[in-house]
Design a protein around this ligand. Structure first.
Ligand code: IVH
Length: 682
């Protein structure tokens, strides 16, 4: 392919993929299969690698996330980002309508919209290209989160149609329920605390430093406001339709209302209809449609006088707390669960509610026998929000959180700064062992699909496996004929399962096949707390064998990008236990992959004995590449600057505190170029 042909093909693919993204994410009407889309994207990626000079600024390949952001730049909003005044009653809405009508002296047309429950964002387009995305911050200044926002596929990187030279639009970023629930179960799988609700998950996601991680978060965005004047446009409704015509995702659930009653109809319809939306809304926004009237009405210090939010009351019922169960998870965290007198709430019968942890129980001052208020938000599990103290039985006693594990009797512990109590008996507490085994065999870990939850339970209950290494020592004879009796239930007879020849062969084959699983996934499968898929990849990129990882010091661990104190401590603690070392040895003996096979061997020892602190963003290498180079040339990466550090290798945006410390201790600060000269790769 000639250069000219490559340029043309890149342009064509960029254009075509953009159209498919728009069809899929904005119109929800794809015209191509996911597979074909991925093929085109791969072709574009390859061409862009070969001919980086032709990569376009709005390339769909940017959606996977670019460089790491160390700290977000603060940016002043061109137009302040105001909030809305809230109301909770029909009366307040009537007051608002009358106030507005009186002030302008004529009948007023209103627009009713959904109030999305997420995080507000302001997007700026210049000559049709997305150039900046800023959070609300304090309303005057916000954080520049452009790199992260570019990964959200419903936000166009380039506008279509007849766009103005400069355009600013505002909207809400949110996480639909399906993606939220998936994200939370993945987090729970690796021992991370789940997000309390989709809004928190959204806020956490858009402030992450690695856009590649943001790209994995299922975020969406709807635009509901244009702060600037647009030629020929005189109403809010038309402004929204106009930006919609530029390829921006706006809401279809929007209504023009001339009569008060139309507004209430919209509110009441959505108060019920929101149950079926795939994302959370927390109310309705009512806006004056005419932009001229909006200007006339103006603003208070905090919010426009031309708009108001009606907030839905969460559906809430009263019931009785019958008892509290304590569940032990894979990581040993003990969660109190309330057993409730069954009650109808938002279309389902609620029997149980999460009580989260001991602090929440204390805060609510909830006692067994109490009449409690239960609410259901966007989350699946309802929660107890308050106690009706008037109905408290005289003999109700404060809850005493259990002190011993309900499964194995071990005294519970609470780590500093954490809300949950843990059972520390991680290697012999039954639900923890079973949980670890289930995690080990799961698809993203060792992918032993011939085993599942039920079979793991049978192996464990029969004393055949007590840890993940035992799986590799199972024999045909041990498994054949293994039985489990499922007790009779309502309308169902007692059932007996027993392992036959075929099942046993399948199980053993599945286990054997897992010997091919590469080291990063094996590390993830071990279930070390906080070591999820991504962390496992990052760790194994630097420490290419389990032995290297075991020997890594705290400083070395935290010098890896994205590896913080919490992870480093957890890894070190894990390797301290002789039981774990034994598991590793037994897995190794059976041939489980414990190192990365095709790693770069040391190239030279010019940096022998030299320690480096790497900071900032570099032009020609990613930070991890730089760190790998340091090691390949015999040097050592350390996490923090001390008088023993030989060099601080600084890129752009190096933190001022680091710079000051290096200068104070007299540690030389070198640039990427100087470093390249040192190892002679320029
Ligand atoms: S209009 C100047 N419309 O609610 C007013 N806001 O509590 C601009 N929100 O900060 C905002 N849905 O984050 C508007 N349809 C909608 C909205 C909406 C959600 C959020 C927004 C705002 C907050 C105010």
């Amino acid at each position: 392919m000639s250069e000219q042909e490559a340029k043309k093909r890149i342009e064509q693919l960029t254009h075509e993929l953009q159209q498919h993204n728009y069809n899929y994410y904005v119109l929800a009407n794809p015209t191509i299969t996911d597979y074909d889309f991925d093929q085109l994207l791969k072709e574009l990626e390859l061409l862009e690698k070969q001919y980086p000079q032709f990569k376009l600024p709005d390339s769909p390949t940017l959606r996977v996330g670019g460089d790491i952001t160390k700290s977000f730049k603060t940016v002043k909003h061109r137009y302040p980002m105001m909030s809305l005044s809230n109301s909770y009653s029909e009366e307040e809405i009537r007051d608002f309508i009358h106030r507005v009508t009186k002030a302008v002296g004529t009948d007023v047309e209103f627009v009713c919209e959904l109030k999305y429950d997420g995080v507000a964002i302001s997007l700026t387009y210049e000559n049709g290209l997305l150039v900046q995305a800023v959070t609300r911050g304090d309303g005057v200044r916000g954080d520049d989160v452009t790199n992260n926002i570019k990964t959200i596929k419903s936000i166009p990187l380039r506008l279509r149609g007849d766009y103005p030279e400069e355009l600013e639009v505002r909207g809400e970023i949110f996480m639909p329920h399906k993606g939220f629930n998936r994200l939370n179960s993945e987090r729970e799988e690796i021992g991370e605390a789940p997000f309390a609700n989709p809004r928190n998950a959204t806020a956490g996601s858009i402030k992450m430093q690695d856009p590649k991680e943001v790209a994995k978060r299922p975020l969406d965005c709807i635009i509901y406001y244009v702060p600037q004047d647009l030629p020929g446009i005189t109403t809010h409704y038309d402004a929204i339709k106009y930006v919609g015509s530029l390829g921006i995702k706006t809401s279809n659930n929007i209504a023009l209302c001339r009569k008060e009653e139309d507004i209430f109809e919209f509110i009441n319809d959505w108060n019920v209809g929101r149950e079926h939306l795939p994302y959370d809304i927390d109310g309705i926004v009512i806006k004056v449609n005419s932009l001229l009237l909006q200007k006339e009405l103006g603003y208070t210090a905090k919010s426009p006088r031309w708009a108001i939010a009606y907030k839905f009351k969460a559906e809430r019922v009263e019931t009785v707390l019958l008892s509290i169960d304590y569940q032990v998870g894979r990581t040993g965290a003990v969660t109190p669960v309330a057993n409730l007198r069954p009650v109808q709430l938002a279309g389902t019968v609620v029997k149980r509610a999460s009580l989260h942890n001991a602090d929440i129980i204390a805060q609510l001052d909830v006692r067994v026998g109490d009449t409690v208020f239960v609410e259901k938000g966007g989350e699946i599990i309802p929660k107890i929000v308050a106690v009706n103290f008037e109905k408290r039985p005289v003999n109700a006693l404060p809850v005493r959180f259990i002190e011993n594990c309900p499964q194995c009797g071990t005294p519970l512990v609470r780590k500093e700064g954490e809300a949950a109590f843990y059972c520390p008996n991680e290697d012999s507490c039954p639900p923890q062992i079973k949980g670890k085994l289930e995690h080990f065999i799961s698809r993203k870990a060792m992918n032993i699909d011939s085993l599942g939850e039920g079979k793991i339970e049978m192996l464990f209950d029969n004393g055949l496996v007590k840890n993940v290494a035992d799986l590799y020592y199972l024999t045909y004879d041990q498994l054949l004929g293994l039985e489990k009796i499922i007790p009779a239930e309502e309308n169902k007879k007692e059932k007996k399962i027993s392992f036959k020849e075929k099942t046993v062969q399948n199980i053993l084959k599945g286990i054997e096949n897992s010997l091919a699983v590469p080291f990063p996934r094996v590390l993830y499968a071990l279930g070390i707390r906080y070591v999820g898929e991504t962390v496992a990849k990052k760790l194994t990129a630097r420490f290419t064998s389990i032995d290297q990882l075991q020997q890594a010091s705290y400083d070395e661990l935290i010098s890896v990008d994205e590896i913080g104190e919490k992870i480093a401590e957890s890894v070190i603690e894990w390797f301290k236990k002789p039981e774990h070392i034994e598991i590793i040895e037994r897995l190794k003996a059976k041939g489980v992959q414990m190192e990365i096979t095709e790693t770069a061997a040391p190239v030279s020892d010019v940096l022998q004995g030299k320690s480096f602190v790497v900071s900032g963003v570099f032009e020609r290498h990613s930070r991890n590449e730089i760190k790998a180079l340091i090691e390949q040339y015999g040097g050592k990466n350390v996490g923090s600057i001390s008088s023993k550090t030989n060099y601080v290798l600084a890129g752009a945006n190096m933190g001022p505190a680091k710079k000051e410390k290096a200068e104070k201790l007299g540690v030389p600060i070198i640039s990427e170029e100087e470093f390249e000269k040192m190892i002679d790769i320029v």
